[in-house]
Design a protein around this ligand. Structure first.
Ligand code: ADP
Ligand code: MG
Length: 726
């Protein structure tokens, strides 16, 4: 067994369980190790009966209040997981009930009564001796004024105290694959796999006080204590950054100094539109003509960026450029105009999007723009969702038209996609693509120009570290005509008011997005899920309103259909997971409502909010905070203060503070599994320096002492080639 073995090789994992692991994106042994816990549980601290009673009474009152506000559900039994220590002063009592033996223990402390029961465990009678102290752990609920606990776990106080330092992993789960099975599988792998020798040279580890890899991987899953977890995280985060930067550096080394052999028609001198005769207009550059006839004027930043790109296309070396622009800054049109330049020069260009939905949307936008401006350029869509026949046809057209504009997903870099004359490659929202994808695409063409577009709000200093191999343009301006989005943070009980608001917007002809964190109900997670939510909402809204759900687990065809229908306003309310986070553009949508908003990172919320406010009408973002936490509320309110991605990311960082890394997804866009480019800026800098030293010393890592790193980086790059399509 090694890291690339399929998980089916493990004992106890049959075909069915294997499939469940696939649902989690886990295919190989290596993937299991990378399936890091999302969070960790600690055993609850020991409390007294009195304290428990008062907590439960407050909670029960709370549940009663929300009842009176309209829901018809009956009063819920509130239960909390808790532990308490007590001395037994009355022996347990065993009785037979419905074919089983029930052991019950009655406790009394400061006048407060508790009733503990166990089923089919009569032998407990001899464990629970009068006069001894025990800790009981389990769900406690209130029946009348008596505390009630079923099947609590029993510990001696000493044992419980020892265990309190341990952290227990909480993994992302899927229906049918529970917490225990996952933990057990990870443990099995850690025990059976001969973990490799650390690839990282010892001197680097020592220099930055980093733990060994084997220690780190064990402790990220099963931390001995908090300090061990912190050590593990530091090491693994360093690795993430180091690998990323090193691979970019190696890439740069490969691509440096590629001369630009493409021939583009010269850029026009800055003639005014009014001075052009009809003939000049006809003969000029298509991109200029389209630009003049757009329904809006490009912002200064857009013009500037486009100018840089177009100069690169005509430069001495091939372009390697990153365009950074906040959501809604108008990157798509820049991509299109650049591709027009390529088409006019007789070359193919390709735009690669991270999701099917987005690829389709770009395809439609480009097709419409070509028609509108009477440009006879073949626009070709190539995604995994196409039928075999459609795909064949797309390939044929790619062969046929050497000036085509090709739009797609990672299907664009698959083997069978053969280009003819590829001069320009653009990746949209590039954070989802690794260096490797860029490289494969690069290899498909005749060393094309590369443009990378990203909405990740990172300061220039970080951008230079992370994208050291690219030139950078920044679109730091959003179109002025737009009304700023109005945002608000509300509690659960404002849902009714929110729905009334949605109804009004829908009645005015607008559309609504609702985002939930989960696809379907998940055991132990009290969060809204897309499937049930859509059903509930249908009952709330009038029958003329079409509500649909959208999530990543759907078949591509269905996903695309729903997105198309939403774009045509055949669907008014789209209940979705964050699949719509990236790039989707439906200007008629004016409301973004986010359930369990506190679960998301601020940068991610900012992206989600960026789905509205794209048209002329006033748009709104409603964030539902389903906790009582003041801190969560404060964090969410940062989004009220600003529409600026840079500002938001910075404030988020300030509020989170070190060590506060669970529960919410990190910076949203530039995603590492554990690392956060803001929060772990020190490690990012360290990794960047080390990678720099290494590459300066041995640019191809061919020296014998770098063999381990070289081999490791090769497998890193290979694993990057696998893209998870949302
Ligand atoms: P993003 O940068 O997030 O990818 P898009 O390219 O999707 O943004 O643009 C968002 C919307 O703004 C689109 O509907 C687009 O047509 C429009 N748009 C782009 N540039 C301008 C501009 N200069 N003025 C007005 N609207 C614009
Ligand atoms: Mg975009």
């Amino acid at each position: 067994m090694n890291k690339s073995s399929e998980i089916g090789v493990l004992k106890g994992i049959g075909a069915k369980t294997e499939q469940l692991f696939h649902n989690l994106g886990v295919y190989t042994i290596g993937d299991i190790l990378l399936h890091y816990p999302k969070d960790y549980d600690k055993l609850p601290p020991v409390t007294s009966l009195k304290e428990l009673l008062s907590i439960l009474e407050t909670k029960t009152d709370g549940s009663l209040m929300s009842d009176q506000q309209g829901t018809n559900e009956k009063r819920m039994t509130v239960a909390i997981t808790a532990a308490f220590a007590t001395r037994i002063d009355k022996a347990p009592f065993v009785r037979a009930a419905r074919n089983m033996q029930v052991t019950s223990l009655t406790l009394q402390e400061q006048g407060i009564k508790a009733e503990l029961v166990w089923f089919r465990m009569p032998y407990l009678r001899s464990t629970l001796k009068v006069g001894q102290w025990f800790v009981f752990l389990g769900k406690v609920s209130l029946k009348g004024h008596i505390l009630h606990m079923e099947q609590p776990q029993i510990f001696t106080p000493e044992k419980y105290q020892d265990m309190q330092n341990c952290l227990w992993p909480c993994y992302a789960l899927t229906a049918g694959l529970g917490k225990n099975k996952l933990s057990q599988t990870v443990r099995q792998v850690l025990e059976e796999l001969n973990l490799s020798i650390d690839y990282l040279p010892e001197e680097i580890r020592v220099r930055h006080g980093l733990a060994e890899y084997n220690y780190a991987i064990e402790n990220i899953h099963f931390p001995e204590n908090e300090a061990a977890l912190e050590q593990a995280r530091r090491r693994l985060i360093f690795d993430e950054f180091f690998q990323f930067i090193l691979s970019a550096g190696m890439q740069k080394e490969q691509m440096e100094d590629i001369t630009n052999d493409f021939i583009f028609p010269p850029l026009n001198s800055s003639q005014k539109q009014t001075e052009l005769s009809a003939q000049q207009e006809e003969e000029g550059l298509w991109a200029d003509r389209v630009m003049r006839n757009l329904p809006f004027e490009l912002t200064g930043a857009q013009k500037h960026t486009l100018q840089e790109i177009r100069q690169d296309l005509r430069g001495r070396k091939v372009m390697q450029r990153l365009v950074q622009g906040d959501v809604g800054s108008g990157k798509t049109i820049i991509a299109f105009l650049s591709m027009l330049d390529a088409a006019q020069a007789g070359y193919q260009s390709a735009l690669m999007a991270p999701t099917e939905v987005l690829a389709l949307q770009h395809y439609q936008t480009f097709t419409e723009l070509c028609e509108l401006h009477q440009l006879h350029i073949p626009v070709i869509l190539l995604t995994g969702a196409l039928t075999a026949k459609e795909k064949r046809r797309a390939y044929e057209r790619m062969q046929l038209y050497s000036n085509a504009i090709i739009v797609g997903t990672h299907a664009l870099i698959q083997e069978r996609a053969i280009y003819d004359n590829l001069a320009l490659v653009i990746t949209d929202e590039q954070h989802r693509f690794g260096v490797k994808q860029r490289e494969s695409l690069f290899q498909k063409g005749m060393q094309p120009h590369v443009l990378v577009m990203s909405a990740t709000p990172i300061p220039r200093t970080l951008a230079i570290i992370l994208y050291g191999d690219l030139d950078i343009s920044v679109i730091d301006e959003v179109p002025a005509r737009r009304l700023p989005i109005k945002s608000c943070v509300v509690g659960k009980n404002a849902r009714h008011t929110s729905y009334e608001f949605l109804k009004k917007e829908i009645a005015a002809g607008h559309q609504v997005y609702i985002v939930c964190p989960l696809v379907e109900e998940s055991e132990g997670l009290e969060m809204e899920n897309v499937t049930d939510y859509a059903e509930k909402l249908k009952l709330e809204l009038s029958s003329g309103t079409v509500v649909e759900s959208l999530h990543g687990k759907m078949k591509s065809g269905r996903k695309n259909l729903i997105m198309e229908q939403f774009a045509r306003n055949e669907i008014q309310v789209l209940v979705s997971t964050t699949v719509i986070e990236v790039g989707v553009n439906v200007p008629n949508a004016t409301v973004m409502m986010i359930e369990d908003a506190q679960r998301f990172g601020l940068a991610q919320l900012h992206q989600l909010r960026g789905r509205v406010g794209r048209g002329e009408a006033q748009s709104y973002c409603i964030m539902v905070n389903t906790t009582d936490s003041e801190k969560a509320k404060k964090r969410l309110e940062i989004l009220n203060q600003s529409n600026d991605g840079f500002f938001i990311a910075g404030e988020d960082l300030k509020l989170r503070g070190p060590g506060d890394f669970f529960g919410v997804r990190q910076s949203g866009l530039l995603e590492f599994r554990l690392g956060d480019i803001y929060q772990n800026a020190d490690l990012l800098k360290a990794a960047s320096e080390e990678a720099g030293v290494l590459l300066r010393e041995d640019r191809k890592l061919t020296a014998p002492e770098h063999e381990k790193i070289r081999i490791h980086m090769q497998s890193y790059l290979d694993s990057q080639a696998e893209i998870v399509n949302l």
